[in-house]
Write a protein that binds this ligand. Structure first.
Ligand code: DAH
Length: 353
């Protein structure tokens, strides 16, 4: 078609349509897209302008003015409607229910310590109250401090690949390194550094190749020991009973059972009476599993060989040591059936403590 005719037809074709379209637009977004249909890159008016190059010179001025006039009209009409819309929005805002600044704010939910941290701090605080000082030890440890100096025989099953995570340390091939399997390494480190009397507690993560409802490859223990002149099994019983009474209430029944750990002699395990059941409901108690007793800790008189390995005169000094599992205490205290709940950090679980 002849470009002059095309432009003339095009101009009259969109005529006054845009006015109705703009008036119907109820939001800035629809208004802007209606405008883009005319003035955008592919808009109808833009297309007509592109034809100008092919219009004969004598027609160009007249047509150019006509297209420009249409463009100005569209712009003016667009701006008027845009102003109308923003005025309406502002009025609606003013008429809306006012925002009440005096309403109380939404307080952020208050967090709390993880149940394992609560138990650990309570145990450490209790021993501090009994005169123990708090120490710490590394999680990556030498075999020597975790096993050898604690009188584990070299072929003890705990050192097995099954139980212990061994660690390769670049440039230290000769010393065997592992993730500590218990907090008893703190005994070795503290006793090797100074001479008695000393009473120390320490808590932290330990690692074993174990994974089921009651075992996790990473869990927490608390270790304690007291070495001095004349420290006896009576002291062990007295201190641990005092500790358990502070944890579980005065008069709680406590039982010492003979047991074996390589680094103590004699060794014992300590149970407290289950407080989740009574004589009559005991058979079905899931916490003590019908035994009426909860196993809480391992303990014993530090083996003279261990004292000697740490440079302490075993003729002059004696001592006792104990270790307890933090997860165990927490699980029994709160009746938690699966250890993994303690590490998944599901807020629905944690909010219960
Ligand atoms: N280290 C032992 C374990 O992980 C717990 C233990 C038992 C620690 C007796 C002690 C102790 O200090 O005397 O099973």
């Amino acid at each position: 078609m002849d470009p002059t005719a095309e432009i003339e037809q095009g101009l009259s074709a969109f005529g006054e349509d845009f006015r109705a379209q703009f008036a119907a637009a109820e939001s800035e977004l629809t208004l802007r897209s209606a405008r883009a249909e005319l003035l955008g890159k592919k808009g109808r008016l833009t297309q007509l302008l592109k034809l100008m190059g092919r219009v004969p010179a004598d027609q160009r001025k007249r047509l150019g003015e006509a297209v420009n006039a249409s463009k100005l009209e569209v712009e003016a009409c667009f701006q008027a409607r845009l102003d109308e819309l923003s005025r309406a929005a502002r009025e609606a805002d003013l008429k809306a229910t006012p925002f009440d600044l005096s309403l109380p704010g939404r307080a952020p939910a208050r967090g709390h310590l993880h149940p394992l941290t609560q138990v650990r701090e309570q145990v450490l605080d209790t021993f501090e109250g009994l005169g123990f000082e708090v120490a710490s030890g590394p999680q990556v440890e030498l075999e020597e401090n975790n096993f050898t100096k604690l009188a584990f025989p070299p072929d003890h099953p705990a050192t097995d690949m099954q139980d212990t995570f061994w660690v390769k340390v670049a440039g230290a091939e000769s010393a065997r390194t592992l993730l500590r399997t218990h907090t008893s390494n703190v005994q070795v480190r503290e006793m090797s550094q100074r001479q008695p009397p000393m009473a120390v507690v320490s808590g932290g993560a330990v690692f074993r190749r174990d994974d089921d409802v009651t075992h996790s490859p990473m869990f927490h223990q608390i270790e304690g020991f007291w070495v001095g002149e004349g420290v006896s099994f009576s002291h062990l019983k007295g201190v641990l009973t005092a500790f358990l009474e502070r944890m579980y209430g005065a008069g709680v029944a406590v039982r010492f059972r003979p047991s074996y750990f390589p680094f103590v002699e004699p060794g014992a395990e300590v149970d407290v009476a289950c407080d989740f059941c009574t004589e009559t409901t005991c058979a079905s108690c899931r916490v003590c599993k019908g035994t009426r007793w909860l196993e809480i800790l391992g303990c014993g008189m530090i083996h003279p060989e261990v004292l000697e390995h740490c440079g302490i005169d075993s003729e002059r000094y004696t001592g006792f040591a104990f270790g307890l599992g933090v997860e165990r205490v927490a699980m029994r205290r709160y009746g938690i059936p699966d250890i993994r709940l303690l590490f998944e950090n599901d807020p629905r679980f944690l909010a219960q403590f």
